[in-house]
Ligand binder design. Structure first.
Ligand code: PLP
Length: 463
């Protein structure tokens, strides 16, 4: 049975089922496995012939042990990845010599969030049905989490889902993928504020759940461990496709909330030979400053051409800090309580450890557009702006040309026509299942950046 502990050290140890439903730990921390499974090179090599769903089972099953049977897990994984529109699920495309992109946008909402959230919806429904319980989900989105989570939960009888997005700060395609889903259990809220404001209200609601009058609150943001777990799989699939584990590979990861790159860090700890892990940020560069200069201070949030990464406070960084501080929950609590009101820096030892694992870069809108147009001119391949940031950083920081550098292609370019046009190119057409997106009816409520108003809205809708 896998056990989970909180990064703040004060909440009870839980099993997978409880972690899945709890979201944030009761001490304000995030759950992480007490002990990671580690695979030998021989074992990883033996998976070379597996398809994506079979590989996902190998990697995910140790994390859910004791909570979900192998047979049930197999069915849920198979259904999830059968819903992707590419037979390889996460195909690799070659841009140049030892330069690859891993296409993670073949799920129903065209961004990598589908890998975790289409499975998360099924896992939650499975556990809730077994327990005869219901769940209220409150989530914050910088654009892609919301649509993937809504898609994963829209058919559930056990879940009511409320998603906050920053008003006028997500792309129109992103917004419509959420607001055009007119199901009774789906509620979209546009907050007059930014993503960090939305994320902060989610965290505050977990800290004080009285407003729910006894209902249970769940999370779909990457504070939910099940999301991270599902994302570990494609690091393994990409490596295996390029000759791993006998050959090392590197990854460049467009980063916002630090969930996706954290999954890569875990893949490495679980035995996958990864040479470099590149944290690629846009101009909201706190992670780049933290890694390169030990400067973890907030600056004003900037609105960029890669809105899904317009984030200043990256939740999952806490999970890394927990490891860097040798799993000392009290130290993490002290550090992050201080960070709420001021800039902080890490100890010298922690910084050294972090710099041994991660490289980082901050990429401007102009560099993003130049990369989109340059790659298109050279190869005919169209990058979305987030992926372009990863490619730029991967090229800049690649330490060994003999090692494949794989950029995670986190979204389909059709979701971000603004950036494509800015790069001087023709935006691609929406895929068939979304062709009439701009004609569909939308439903959402605009609310002030005010916790009590949001909580009142939630209770009104539930009653
Ligand atoms: C969410 C998202 C990211 C950032 O991923 P994190 O796990 O939050 O670091 C990058 N690109 C796209 C397109 C996204 O939707």
């Amino acid at each position: 049975m896998m056990k989970y502990v909180s990064t703040r050290g004060q909440a009870p140890e839980l099993n997978f089922e409880e972690v899945l439903l709890a979201g944030l730990a009761s001490d304000g921390g995030l759950y992480v496995p007490k002990q990671l499974p580690v695979f030998s090179a021989a074992e990883i090599a033996s998976w070379a012939g597996l398809n994506y769903a079979q590989l996902a089972f190998k990697i995910i099953s140790p994390f859910v042990a004791g909570s979900i049977s192998d047979a049930d897990l197999t069915v849920m994984i198979d259904e999830t990845y059968a819903g992707f529109d590419h037979s390889a699920v996460a195909p690799l495309k070659e841009l140049g010599t030892n330069e690859w992109v891993l296409e993670l946008f073949h799920g129903p909402t065209l961004a990598f969030k589908d890998f975790a959230l289409q499975l998360l919806g099924r896992l939650m429904d499975h556990i809730l049905q077994k327990r005869g319980e219901k769940l209220v989900i409150l989530g914050a989105t910088s654009g892609d989490t919301g649509s993937a989570a809504i898609e994963g939960c829209r058919h559930s009888d056990c879940v009511d889902i409320f998603i906050m997005h920053p008003h006028n700060k997500v792309s129109e395609v992103q917004r419509r993928q959420m607001t055009c889903i007119l199901a009774d259990n789906v509620h979209n809220i546009a907050i007059s504020g930014n993503f960090d404001d939305c994320q902060e209200m989610v965290k505050a609601s977990f800290a004080d759940q009285d407003f729910l009058q006894g209902r249970r609150l769940g999370a779909v943001n990457s504070i939910n461990w099940a999301r991270i777990m599902s994302q570990i799989v494609y690091y393994f699939s990409a490596s295996l496709a390029l000759g791993g584990p006998l050959r090392e590979v590197s990854f460049s990861v467009p980063t916002g909330n630090f969930g996706d790159i954290f999954a890569g860090y875990l893949a490495k700890k679980m035995g996958l030979p990864i040479k470099q892990l590149v944290v690629a940020t846009n101009r909201n560069d706190i992670l780049h400053r933290a890694i390169s200069a030990n400067d973890m201070s907030k600056s004003d949030l900037k609105h960029t051409l890669s809105p899904s990464m317009d984030i200043m406070v990256s939740s999952n960084f806490e999970r890394l800090l927990f490891d860097l501080y040798d799993r000392d929950g009290a130290a993490i609590d002290e550090l992050l309580t201080r960070f709420k009101s001021q800039g902080v820096s890490l100890g010298a030892q922690q910084t050294e450890k972090m710099q041994a694992i991660f490289d980082s870069a901050s990429v401007s809108d102009q560099q993003t557009c130049e990369t989109i147009s340059q790659v298109h001119a050279q190869t005919g391949y169209l990058l979305d702006p987030h992926t372009a940031i990863g490619v730029w950083a991967g090229r800049q920081l690649n330490a060994d040309q003999a090692v494949p550098m794989i950029t995670l292609a986190t979204a389909h370019p059709v979701k971000f026509p603004e950036a494509i046009v800015e790069a001087g190119l023709e935006p691609p057409k929406l895929p068939e299942h979304l062709a009439d997106l701009f004609e569909r009816e939308e439903q959402f409520q605009v609310l002030d950046n005010d916790l009590s108003k949001v909580q009142q809205f939630v209770m009104d809708k539930l009653s």
